[in-house]
Design a protein around this ligand. Structure first.
Ligand SMILES: *Cc1c(COP(=O)(O)O)cnc(C)c1O
Length: 426
């Protein structure tokens, strides 16, 4: 049903349909637990023989309404919320990999995700090969090993603003019989639905545009329902052989392609690692989602206006914004993001570190924050914050020169933002 509706309608109404006399807005089910009349009725839930709620560490109705909306937005078959975007990335990958397995990942990803894969998951015995997102198909295929169990990338990478060739990554993943997991935080499903280009699992930091008001940290995972676990049974025994911790359920058999991934992720990882989003946060997130389709074009318009202004400015040596003609990723942006990308722009001031810092201190509307994708514009100087430990040479090598500023344009008037930036540059 929702598959035929426009994205605008899904943002407003998907996921929750009240009956007669029920609340029009989604109820916040502020309860840790749920009542049953008999032990057997509850026992059936523990054996996954019946669906229902028993404890909010695993599932809560408020979260499920919002997860169903995000799944409808992405065009997936099932979804779940997590306490943060980091938890979403970890759960999505750890649901596929265990010690001794291997991940192929784009090297151009969010710093927190890079650390998760390269350091923390490595400590858990999961190795990774990072590839240049602009590599050839041959180079990408060469990164795979017999023990590769997942491919990972970001639609528009934070903060590098590289646009991923989604079809290239999906094709390589499927040629090797593994699912492609993609972080779609920056464009949101309003501007890109990676499942339509072959992605299998989509993750989000809902902290960013989906919330959009700087209110609630959160994450989400959506399954396309396309990956055939049974066809790759030798690689994914966790899906295709009995789970003794649930009385021998075989996820791929009981829940099919449409439900196995999210069910296993909930019953095993939420149960054991407990990173549920609070129902109160899910409610805030839903308020954000109700206007996502209205806000995203405005963020993008403001980003484009600022990128165009900066690209003409004599004190600026370089501007990154995928939709700017001449940007390295312009062609991929036309293909995958025809209506827009995000409101994030990065640019380099010719006079380096001090000029960048002085510029930021002069801004009146744009605040200095470790955040992006808020209704209020904000900016960050990576060389003195997130990348503070690096020397000038290391900064250049990491693609983060000393004069680089990352700016996230909010929902203010473009003219006011450009005027603020112009006076601070002056
Ligand atoms: C912020 C961010 C994350 C991490 O999300 P949190 O909600 O902060 O845990 C992951 N991916 C991308 C692209 C992000 O921007």
């Amino acid at each position: 049903m929702s598959g035929q509706q426009h994205i605008d309608t899904r943002c407003v109404q998907a996921g929750y349909t009240p009956g007669n006399g029920e609340p029009r807005q989604i109820p916040i089910v502020q309860s840790t637990t749920f009542k049953y009349g008999t032990g057997d009725a509850m026992g059936a839930l523990f054996d996954l023989e019946a669906a229902g709620y028993f404890y909010t560490r695993l599932q809560n109705p408020t979260n499920d309404y919002v997860a169903a909306k995000i799944a409808a937005l992405e065009g997936g078959t099932a979804g779940m919320l997590t306490s943060s975007g980091q938890a979403a990335s970890f759960f999505a990958l750890f649901n596929l990999c265990e010690a001794g397995d291997h991940i192929v990942s784009s090297a151009s990803i969010y710093g927190g995700t890079f650390n998760l894969i390269a350091v923390t998951m490595k400590r858990m015995g999961i190795e990774a090969t990072f590839v240049d997102p602009d590599c050839t198909e041959e180079e990408l295929n060469a990164a795979f090993q017999d023990n590769t169990r997942a491919v990972f990338g970001e639609t528009i990478a934070n903060p590098a603003l590289t646009v991923l060739d989604i079809e290239k990554f999906a094709k390589a993943a499927h040629a090797h019989g593994v699912p492609f997991v993609i972080d779609n935080t920056f464009p949101t499903p309003v501007f890109c639905r990676p499942i339509e280009w072959g992605a299998d699992i989509v993750t989000h930091s809902t902290t960013k545009y989906m919330d959009g008001h700087g209110v609630a940290v959160g994450g989400a995972i959506v399954d396309a329902g396309n990956f055939d676990w049974m066809a790759h049974a030798d690689k994914y025994p966790g899906f295709t052989t009995p789970d003794e911790s649930y009385h021998g359920v075989v996820y791929a058999e009981r829940f099919g392609k449409e439900g196995a991934f999210i069910t296993k992720c909930t019953t095993q990882l939420m149960r054991d690692l407990g990173s549920i989003q609070s129902p109160q946060h899910a409610f805030y997130l839903n308020l954000g989602l109700e206007s996502l389709h209205v806000r995203m074009p405005k963020h993008f318009e403001n980003g484009l206006a600022v990128a165009e202004f900066l690209s003409q400015h004599e004190k600026v040596s370089r501007v990154s914004f995928p939709h700017l003609p001449g940007d390295k990723y312009h062609e991929l942006a036309q293909k995958y993001l025809p209506k827009g990308g995000s409101g994030v722009v990065s640019f380099v001031l010719k006079d380096g570190r001090e000029a960048a810092q002085r510029f930021m201190e002069q801004l009146k509307l744009v605040a200095i924050e470790t955040h992006v994708a808020d209704a209020r514009s904000c900016c960050l100087h990576p060389a003195s914050t997130t990348h503070r430990q690096l020397t000038a040479e290391q900064l250049e090598a990491a693609g983060v020169p000393e004069g680089l500023v990352r700016m996230s344009l909010g929902l203010e008037a473009a003219e006011d933002l450009v005027a603020d930036i112009a006076q601070a540059l002056a």
